[in-house]
Design a protein around this ligand. Structure first.
Ligand SMILES: Cc1cc2nc3c(=O)[nH]c(=O)nc-3n(C[C@H](O)[C@H](O)[C@H](O)COP(=O)(O)OP(=O)(O)OC[C@H]3O[C@@H](n4cnc5c(N)ncnc54)[C@H](O)[C@@H]3O)c2cc1C
Length: 416
């Protein structure tokens, strides 16, 4: 069924009893052309583009829990393409353009809200660096505006402009950036992929891989063994675990990243703000809660929960920027499992086996990448070669030294 105002009216007249299920809850078959492991946004987007753009429909997405229960359903949903480096910017700009048409393409409202992302700068040197980044963005076809202090004040009056330690000297604004609804993205891709014949198999954990020489011939799951031609990993913080099942070790560490939601407030912040002198980012949800986060917890973990010192650190960042938040209560917090690479950039590539592919290493920022990541991963899976947009996201860059160190922070996950 196409979702439209007419279907709403029709269903309203029959007591909303005629809505079909959004996607088929499929049972696993014996064999697939492609198995994508991980039913987050990236896995489902990959399956959708495999079917929609490459005509490969004998595809299964295997998810150990429920779709969207991983990082996609746990993130702070900031979508932007404000990158500096040529390996990154065209990819993220492609993603932003896909976001702009996504609700129409999927016939599902992903609630993409282009409310802008404002990166604050706190020194002349940082403003110079932002000017350079903004110019690079403009040259690569994205939008960027450098704001002075008064323009920032007009846009976000609640900031602490009298803070002597972190004076705000201006900001880099990307107006086309913003936020989207996390689970709607998952449901939209799932519905569209399922309509094209993709099997979405929930409660199906991959527990092993059957190797036949340099190939994976089947995956073992809690719902039986499934034979396969090609396997794509899109399991975020579990990438190293899945690669280990194939006998491989990845340059990825898993860390906890927490997110927070405050009690509901009246409309107060109509853009996304990031702190340039610390690690803190905040937006206001449609329900009124402030959605915010900061640094990773800084130790390796596969547990989807974090610790109090990081809560305190993030709260300190919030109050340093917006003193009025000192009296706001945090309502909820949770943790996700982020797959941190050693240069802070992702990997979309074939692994050193004939038919095993990796989409991972998204660190703090893979939600915004969801459409382009699925698009490029589907291309790579279908054609056995990277698209030029993901050509820089090779695994062997860690051996050859062609790192994409966007933040210039060095080879430590904690520094990105
Ligand atoms: C707190 C937090 C805030 C974030 N904020 C932002 C942000 O503001 N903007 C942004 O761009 N990015 C953000 N990110 C990063 C972003 O959420 C992720 O990069 C992105 O969602 C990854 O999507 P995914 O589909 O790869 O992973 P996931 O959504 O995690 O999906 C992977 C799936 O694989 C499944 N899986 C794992 N092991 C197995 C197995 N053995 N068998 C079967 N299935 C398995 C998991 O259950 C999971 O559902 C944030 C992340 C966190 C944790």
């Amino acid at each position: 069924m196409r979702y439209s105002v007419w279907s709403l009216i029709r269903q309203g007249l029959v007591g909303n009893r005629g809505w079909p299920e959004a996607w088929r809850d499929a049972a696993p078959k014996d064999r697939y052309d492609v198995i994508v492991i991980g039913g987050g946004g990236h896995g489902l987007a990959t399956a959708y583009y495999l079917a929609a753009l490459h005509g490969i429909t004998k595809v299964a997405v295997l998810e150990k829990g429920w779709i969207g229960g991983g990082n996609t359903g746990r993130n702070t949903t900031i979508v932007r393409s404000n990158y500096l480096l040529p390996g990154n910017e065209p990819f993220y700009e492609h993603s932003l353009r896909l976001w702009e048409g996504l609700s129409a393409e999927l016939d599902f409202n992903v609630m993409f809200s282009q409310r802008g992302v404002l990166n604050l700068c706190h020194s002349d040197a940082q403003r110079d660096a932002f000017a350079r980044r903004g110019n690079a963005m403009l040259m690569m076809g994205a939008d960027a505006e450098l704001l002075d202090r008064e323009a920032v004040r007009a846009m976000v009056p609640g900031l602490d402009f009298a803070n002597a330690r972190f004076p705000i000297t201006g900001g880099l604004l990307q107006r086309r950036a913003g936020t989207a609804r996390h689970d709607a993205v998952v449901w939209g891709y799932a519905r569209a992929a399922s309509a094209l014949g993709v099997d979405i198999v929930q409660n199906c954990e991959v527990t092993g891989m059957v190797r036949d020489g340099d190939r994976i011939s089947a995956v073992e799951t809690t719902r039986g063994t499934i034979r396969v031609d090609k396997v794509g990993l899109a399991v975020a913080g579990n990438s190293s675990r899945l690669a280990a099942m194939a006998g491989l070790r990845l340059p990825i560490e898993s860390h906890v990243l927490q997110a927070f939601v405050s009690e509901g407030l009246k409309p107060w912040l109509d853009t996304v703000v990031t702190f340039g002198a610390g690690h803190f980012y905040v937006s206001q949800s449609d329900k009124g809660g402030l959605v915010f986060g900061g640094d990773i917890d800084g130790y390796n973990s596969y547990a989807q929960r974090g610790n109090l010192p990081t809560v305190e650190h993030v709260a300190a960042g919030a109050v340093a920027l917006f003193p009025a938040l000192g009296r706001v209560r945090i309502l909820r917090s949770w943790g996700g499992l982020v797959d941190m690479t050693m240069d802070g950039s992702p990997i979309i590539d074939r692994l050193p086996l004939a038919n095993l592919y990796l989409n991972g290493g998204w660190c703090y920022g893979g939600f915004k990448a969801t459409p382009a990541s699925g698009w490029c991963f589907a291309y790579t899976l279908a054609r056995d070669e990277p698209h030029e947009l993901n050509a820089a996201y090779r695994l062997d860059r860690f051996a050859t030294g062609h790192l994409i160190d966007e933040r210039g922070a060095g080879p430590q996950p904690g520094w990105h």
